[in-house]
Design a protein around this ligand. Structure first.
Ligand code: GAP
Length: 455
């Protein structure tokens, strides 16, 4: 894991948040290559789940919402993690994490059961001190809206993007008149005041989610649930290229399910620190639309013109954390090999997600005719492959190492043969080197786009 964190920083994928001030726990900043990888994750998701379908409506709701949203949704009362305090240092810990570290599986335990187990087993804080009682800690960030600063101004940074879709259900119904089943989709930030942010970008306080609320007839929920479980898997393996053997579906026991869910299946991934939740799928029933209709007094029901029935649709929710997908891709792609006693580090990104699809070099930097030809190739190719990099720093070996470390699938070198100076049959051909094998082939410039795009 340290190697991955260090590479992520060294090569401009992820930096510590507010680093020059010593950082801010649970926040990370994405650098130039990190943004490129993140956008690939998001664009592939948007393509599969929105653009390629006729039944999905994209939205982008405000992060700040009327506080009544969070009362009705159950987050004010129920969005909490089990917290326990070291009675001496007053440092606070997640009770389930302390149990895990002591070799006890906390899955399925209530807060009271965790409290009892910690006490029975005499488990202490990491500093060796006695622990207090386990309490539920609400994870929503409170904020104050406007200048008054009194109780009525309190709102929250949204802890999930989902509610932005439920509160816009009627708007989408009124403007587009969709027929069931249909869904709403959104990519955006969410905030959680995690007790213990950890494992790099795995558990953070400011995160990005990609969520779908898919509305169905109540009796059809299972069919759509199974369908989306399969779609989630296809997105991970076919779009993002994650290895299938690292992916596991795990049914969530009732006591661990979110307050709104009647059935949940998490997809877990083999991260370097163990098998952990990557993304989720929940059957939210009519919990949210029902709760908002009741609290707001606005009718959120659906009228089926064929069956002449009026009812509240039920909801299937596939939810994805962008940061966790990013970390799964990064850790799944990390590889080392050895040649002539030298260790090489490379990222085996699938070309779909690679932040740089190919790099173009002149063989030598101090030969103007080579640089001019290489620039010409680069400029022409960049029109077809926007995620293309120019690199003329250091010698060719160093450039290969650098591109390997950022997972660039192809390196394209323009040399004297390209100029046609040493025999015409190689004129306008270049060397293409493949990242994983290091194999080099000679290709006409006209075939480069096809090669890099894999078609
Ligand atoms: N709307 C449903 C919902 O928010 P969740 O299981 O609490 O469900 C969904 O979160 C996904 O968001 C998780 O599967 C995970 O990928 C991501 N996620 C949640 N909390 C996170 C955190 N603190 N840091 C990073 N990602 C997180």
């Amino acid at each position: 894991m340290e190697k991955i964190v260090s590479l992520a920083k060294r090569r401009g994928f992820v930096y510590q948040g507010s680093e020059i001030y010593g950082g801010l726990a649970g926040t990370w900043d994405y650098g130039p290559l990190g943004v490129a990888l993140k956008k690939n994750i998001e664009n592939l998701w948007w393509k599969r789940f929105v653009l390629d379908r006729e039944d999905m409506y994209g939205i982008d709701a405000a992060l700040l919402m009327n506080p009544n949203v969070w009362k009705a949704s159950g987050h004010v009362d129920g969005f909490a993690d089990p917290l326990v305090e070291d009675v001496k240092t007053h440092r606070r810990y997640r009770a389930d994490h302390l149990l895990e570290e002591a070799g006890v599986d906390p899955k399925g335990m209530t807060a009271a059961q965790m409290d009892q187990t910690l006490k029975e087993k005499g488990i202490r804080s990491p500093d060796g001190n006695t622990l207090g009682d386990v309490k539920q800690f609400n994870m929503m960030f409170k904020t104050s809206i406007g200048a008054s600063g009194d109780e009525s101004s309190i709102s929250y940074l949204r802890p999930e993007t989902a509610q932005g879709m439920f509160v816009n259900f009627k708007n989408v119904m009124d403007t587009f008149h969709p027929k069931l089943p249909f869904g709403m989709a959104q990519i955006g930030k969410a905030f959680r005041n995690e007790i213990a942010p950890r494992d790099f970008i795995f558990r953070v306080r400011e995160l990005e989610q990609m969520e779908i609320e898919y509305f169905v007839r109540p009796e059809d929920w299972r069919k759509h649930f199974d369908y989306f479980l399969n779609e989630q898997k296809d997105y991970l393996t076919k779009d993002l290229g994650l290895p299938e053997q690292y992916i596991h579906s795990v049914e969530v026991p009732a006591v661990d399910r979110a307050h709104y869910s009647k059935h949940s299946v998490d997809t877990e991934f083999d991260f370097p620190f163990g098998q952990k939740e990557l993304l989720g799928l929940a059957y939210r029933t009519d919990f949210d639309l029902g709760a908002h209709a009741k609290a707001s007094g606005v009718d959120l029901s659906y009228y089926d013109e064929e069956t002449k029935e009026r009812f509240t649709p039920h909801c299937i929710e596939p939810t994805f954390g962008v940061g966790r997908l990013f970390l799964a891709i990064l850790s799944g792609a990390y590889a080392e090999d050895e040649k002539n006693g030298e260790v090489r580090t490379f990222l085996k990104f699938s070309s779909n997600v690679a932040p740089v699809k190919a790099a173009v070099f002149p063989l030598l930097k101090n030969k103007p005719e080579l640089v001019a030809k290489a620039r010409e190739v680069y400029v022409d190719l960049k029109v077809q492959i926007p995620q293309l990099m120019w690199d003329d720093n250091g010698n060719i070996g160093k450039r290969y190492r650098r591109q390997d470390e950022i997972g660039t699938p192809y390196c394209i070198t323009i040399d004297f043969d390209t100029l046609g100076e040493s025999g015409d049959e190689k004129k306008d051909t270049v060397t293409v080197r493949e990242r994983d094998t290091g194999e080099q082939t000679r290709l006409p410039i006209s075939e480069l786009a096809k090669k890099v795009n894999g078609s």
